[in-house]
Design a protein around this ligand. Structure first.
Ligand SMILES: Nc1nc2c(c(=O)[nH]1)N[C@H]1C(S)=C(S)[C@@H](COP(=O)(O)O)O[C@H]1N2
Ligand SMILES: [Mo]
Length: 257
């Protein structure tokens, strides 16, 4: 199969998997397929067989979304309940007025964006279920900026393979961090959430922004995100396995649900 035909078939599959979702989602899917970095990530797997096609279509599918009436009256917290860095604590005291999110690493146009500008970008609102590996779940409404929009703005390099989230908290003695591949980074439900259940994101849930990556377990949903870094090599970060719990607890890198 030629490369072009392979791409076309993958595109059809990705589209097919989300057709039920309506225009916004198709838009996201198109954007995903037009992105050079994402296409290059797919091209990396040269010998795609039927199974891989199915796996890709599955990765592009949406997580279930719920009704307002399904929202959990109590949403548990887990891990850190605040950022701990000096920098973060100063921003917290100042209500994040001068806080800036950085998007850098393997990008052509590094970004430095404040909370107001982030909130002014096109946003997505979704009511989803959070599943923690420790055995609890809770449903909440999340509103935030689709990660793919920031990556496009930053001109993600076609050589990038992963997106790393640097957090403002130490959990125990180590900094919390997480990372995801480009399939999840460009997934329409992957957002940097700055509101929860219609209110500004509370500190214990990750203010000012936390990742929602709805097809994966709770520990991938980085809270207190300060910096987003594109890379082709996870081994150079902390323990080298791509995330805090992957390094410390031997948790799976891809925590699919
Ligand atoms: N920065 C940071 N992000 C984090 C954690 C953490 O300790 N620090 N804990 C993770 C885990 S295990 C879960 S289940 C969720 C909990 O999110 P919640 O406190 O909003 O329920 O955040 C995840 N993200
Ligand atoms: Mo968790």
């Amino acid at each position: 199969m030629t490369e072009d035909r392979t791409l076309l078939r993958r595109r059809d599959l990705l589209r097919g998997a989300t057709l039920g979702g309506g225009g916004l989602i198709l838009g996201g899917c198109d954007a995903l397929n037009e992105n050079a970095a994402f296409r290059s990530a797919l091209r990396g797997a040269e010998k795609l067989n039927q199974m891989t096609h199915r796996a890709l279509a599955d990765r592009a599918a949406l997580a279930p979304e719920y009704a307002l009436s399904d929202i959990s009256p109590v949403f548990k917290t887990n891990g850190s309940l605040t950022g701990t860095s000096t920098d973060y604590l100063a921003h917290l005291a100042n209500n994040f007025a001068d806080w800036r999110l950085r998007v850098d690493g393997m990008v052509g146009n590094p970004i430095d964006i404040g909370l107001e500008a982030l909130r002014a970008m096109p946003a997505r609102t979704q009511i989803t279920r959070h599943d923690c590996v420790e055995g609890w779940s809770a449903i909440a409404q999340w509103q935030g900026t689709p990660l793919r929009l920031l990556l496009q703005k930053a001109q993600l390099s076609p050589r990038a393979k992963y997106i790393v989230f640097h957090c403002a908290d130490n959990y125990g003695a180590r900094p919390y961090y997480e990372s995801i591949d480009l399939i999840d980074a460009f997934h329409p439900q992957t957002i940097l959430a700055w509101a929860m259940n219609g209110e500004t994101l509370p500190v214990k849930y990750g203010a000012p922004v936390r990742l929602r990556v709805e097809r994966q377990l709770g520990y991938k949903h980085a809270k207190y995100v300060m910096r987003i870094e594109a890379t082709d090599d996870l081994s150079k970060f902390h323990g080298g396995k791509g995330g805090y719990w992957e390094d410390v607890g031997d948790y799976e890198y891809y925590a699919g649900i």
